[in-house]
Design a protein around this ligand. Sequence first.
Ligand SMILES: Cc1cc2nc3c(=O)[nH]c(=O)nc-3n(C[C@H](O)[C@H](O)[C@H](O)COP(=O)(O)OP(=O)(O)OC[C@H]3O[C@@H](n4cnc5c(N)ncnc54)[C@H](O)[C@@H]3O)c2cc1C
Length: 413
Amino acid sequence: MISTTSDILIIGGGIGGLTLALSLHKRGIPCQIFEAAPEIKPLGVGINMMPHAIRVLTALGLQPILENYGVEAKEFTFFNRHGQFILSEPCGKYAGYEYPHFSIHRADLHKVLFDAVTERLGPEVIHLGHRCAGVEQDDDGVTVRFDGAEPRTEAIAIAVDGFHSAVRRQFYPDEGPPHFGGINMWRGVTRRKPFLSGASVTRIGTVARGKMTIYPIRQFDDGTQLINWSTEQPRDDHKPNDWATPGRIEDFIEPFKDWSFDWLDVPDLIAGAEFILEYPMVDRDPVDKWTHGRVTLLGDAAHPMYPRGGNGGAQAILDAEVIARFLDEMDDPQAALQAYEDDRLAVTNNIVMTNRAQPPDVIIEKVEELTGGEPFERLEDVIDPAELVAISESYKNTAGYSLTAVKRLECSV
Ligand SMILES: Cc1cc2nc3c(=O)[nH]c(=O)nc-3n(C[C@H](O)[C@H](O)[C@H](O)COP(=O)(O)OP(=O)(O)OC[C@H]3O[C@@H](n4cnc5c(N)ncnc54)[C@H](O)[C@@H]3O)c2cc1C
């Protein structure tokens, strides 16, 4: 195990950084978190946490608290743009996983992690208003520099500073702007009565002709839910990716004007939004090295991926578990950082590329292609439902959350 006299420096207090702190603490390894934001505010919208990530959070004792905040999803449902049912697949425990699938507000997930760190490690380990400006290292240690705050030197630093990572930029100064996939997203949350099972992660339509992903993320005592919805539409250009960029209904509503299905009125859902955010479908080309001596990258800093399929947060959580395990098991911390990279880099780079090529709604695309986008009489005349299930399984395998993939993972937190 790494010497417990040296704190691990964690740069970034988002989903990955906070999970890392909890994972290290569980193993008796001290750490300090340096977060750029001067205060913690509820930001973002919904996020899906599937069993591969919940396995790690459960081992950290967080499952009962997550149950109070999120909605335990029962199924993935797929519809064409005419509102016709294509497929329903059970998810989480309903599909035989040992762990549930939670749909949750990103701000709630962040709060659960933040509160757990504050309670278990003490509020003094979280340093808000500490924006990392760069790192320097030599044989004795690594120094993390901050804008307007004292630098800090320890044996190891882990950069979990998100999509716009300052540390990644230092290692890859020529990387250039994010890769834009030609798709813009608008997201919002609307409070209303439940639809379908009240716990359905629902995908409707295709990017080319109008697409919606809709799922509940909070349950209220009066029986209503906070419903997260998002649309992806082809666009030639985009605004810089910032999770707080406000969006406007008139910029994306056109394909949905007649989407009043008997099971959900989509225009009404959109019109009732509490707020709307805009975010482009961006990622970065994978890099072949995260670990540079005493410093490594983790989460979005290491493998920024398209924010769909619910995997960006999950992969950061898995990274955190793996790196904490190696730091616990190995005496040489630099070797532990390298072992983490060897374990995680190829897997996550593969997900980045799969997310570009094959989104989770590939099933709907397939039906759209076979029907020419027209309504069908009987789905079985269009495609064998078993083939749709096989396409879905193939995606889950690559994304690392198929039943067999999750069962293979050893819970070692
Ligand atoms: C405000 C916000 C809202 C989001 N909303 C959504 C959402 O609605 N849906 C969704 O699917 N995903 C959302 N995401 C992204 C998602 O949370 C991440 O993809 C995922 O959790 C990966 O975790 P991470 O810890 O690597 O990165 P993040 O969770 O993005 O955390 C990175 C952290 O590092 C901090 N940071 C950045 N630069 C520095 C620096 N130089 N020094 C110190 N700290 C720094 C950031 O403030 C942030 O707290 C959001 C991210 C953020 C930051």
